[in-house]
Design a protein around this ligand. Structure first.
Ligand code: 4AD
Ligand code: MG
Length: 467
């Protein structure tokens, strides 16, 4: 075959140099036609759109044609011609075809319309479907948007460790990291495991959040963000929880809770706008195929100012709803950790726009949050979104050494883990705030996918670590 430089399909479909010879490489989505002429829909992953390859059967060897099946990988040299029937402006009149990789009829993606559950079982192949191609292109673009947003505002990307000895959220949901022989664990007289000879010389785990180290950086560099994998051994099999997810955690010196809310709102709106501006073809595909309200919901979030409301008032609204006959699965009262159904009621039914709930009871929030004067609540903020519930969790941090120490002691958090964190409050403490955005929760919102397992390439959930 003649060597022609490959053009990606995304570029080819924009090209108007009709009459030139081009090369494309990709995977056959479908092949149809008559005895004289066949039409191959070819996709190379660079765009949701296929290019149509027109094949005059008389010009090609029958043995070669037999190998052009759904899923096969081919290279095509041909003339770029204006298209009338393919739904695109350009198509290719094939001159030479080479089969790079054949694909027999055991290929599981022969037909369209597989269930999401089935596609999860073949997560190694699902990126080849339209849906997952769209989702993973959007995922990439959102990652770029996030770095761009913070970089343009003078935030530094700070790398916090994935292996840690402290439990940031204090929820005890950590995966342990060890090189010890689990069949032969040394224990002391109380039956506690001795870690002296373990790899790190102490108990270590995968991080649940980079925040504590992020605070060390913010109180030195001013404004930082982290963006990395996060691990939670919470046994919740829900459409919104993963055992391994990605989190973005900005942390800013001198920001109070209001600055923190402003940042969160500006940040999410920037990401949503980015998706509409840079991933329109993919978003439109998902809108048309799965979720007819998607684009409208994305545009809606951009238009509206988020509601800002103390937890206490949020609970009143929910209690009123119950009094008027609304049924929730879980009870609602002051002090309760709100369930996703409560959050969604506030967002979807009551206010009909995103809500930032603030000033939660201190008992249901982590130790590091700034304590309010009332002695009962802390300066927490959760951003609640339609269809998702909590998308962001954050707070102003307790900057006062004594108050923070008291809280650490009340909660029996071992000081040997916390001395370095307390040093930020001992040496030049400053007001500061930050939050964590769950990357996959943002992707759920932007793609309209219903299950968090479908916005990460290889989901890790209880009893599932395949691929
Ligand atoms: O509310 P969380 O637990 O807050 C923190 O970890 C803080 N240290 C963040 C900070 O202030 N720097 O988690 C933050 C966000 C949640 O709002 C949610 O979007 C996401 O992380 N998240 C999860 N996403 C997927 N699967 C899980 N199991 C998640 N747990 C939390
Ligand atoms: Mg939270």
């Amino acid at each position: 075959m003649e060597t022609i430089r490959r053009t990606k399909i995304v570029d080819l479909l924009k090209c108007r140099d009709f009459g030139t010879m081009v090369n494309v490489k990709g995977w056959v989505r479908t092949r149809r036609g008559s005895k004289q002429v066949n039409f191959i829909a070819l996709n190379d992953g660079s765009t949701i759109n296929n290019v149509q390859v027109v094949v005059d059967l008389a010009n090609f060897d029958e043995e070669l044609l037999k190998q052009i099946t759904t899923g096969a990988c081919i290279s095509v040299n041909g003339e770029l011609v204006e298209s009338v029937g393919s739904g695109q402006a350009a198509e290719i009149q094939a001159r030479e075809i080479e089969v790079l990789g054949t694909c027999d009829n055991t290929y599981p993606l022969q037909k369209k319309g597989h269930s999401m559950e089935f596609l999860r079982e073949i997560a190694h192949l699902r990126p080849r479907t339209n849906t997952f191609g769209a989702v993973f292109r959007i995922r990439h673009n959102m990652a770029i948007a996030i770095h761009k947003f913070f970089h343009e505002r003078g935030f530094f990307y700070f790398h916090t460790p994935l292996i840690t000895a402290s439990d940031c959220e204090g929820a005890g949901q950590m995966f342990q990291v060890t090189t010890m022989n689990l069949y032969d664990l040394k224990k002391d007289e109380n039956g506690s495991i001795i870690y002296d000879n373990d790899f790190f010389g102490k108990q270590a785990s995968l991080t649940v959040s980079g925040q504590l180290e992020g605070e060390l950086a913010a109180t030195a560099l001013g404004a930082i963000y982290t963006f990395g994998p996060t691990f939670r051994a919470e046994n919740s099999n829900t459409p919104r929880h993963l055992a391994e997810f990605w989190m973005i955690e900005p942390e800013v010196a001198f920001n109070d809770i209001n600055d923190n809310m402003d940042l969160a709102e500006e940040f999410i709106k920037y990401c949503v706008q980015w998706a509409l501006d840079n991933c329109y073809d993919d978003v439109k595909f998902l809108n048309d195929m799965f979720d007819k309200g998607l684009i409208e919901r994305l545009q809606g979030v951009l238009k509206e100012e988020f509601v800002r409301l103390p937890y206490t008032e949020g609970v009143k609204i929910l209690e009123d709803a119950v009094a008027k006959g609304h049924k929730f699965e879980f009870p609602v009262y002051w002090g309760v950790d709100l369930a996703s159904e409560h959050e969604r009621y506030l967002v979807e039914e009551h206010f009909k726009r995103p809500v930032i709930l603030t000033d939660y009871p201190k008992e249901i929030k982590a130790f590091y949050m700034k304590q309010n004067e009332d002695g009962k609540t802390v300066r927490a903020m959760d951003v609640l979104f339609p269809k998702i519930g909590e998308i962001i969790g954050g707070s102003e941090r307790e900057a006062d050494y004594d108050k923070l120490l008291t809280r650490i002691q009340e909660l029996n958090i071992p000081m040997k883990d916390m001395w370095w964190y307390l040093d930020t409050r001992k040496y030049g403490s400053c007001p500061h705030s930050g939050f964590g955005l769950g990357f996959e929760r943002l992707l759920l919102f932007v793609t309209g996918m219903a299950n968090i397992r479908d916005v990460i390439p290889f989901p890790r959930t209880p009893r599932n670590a395949e691929f």
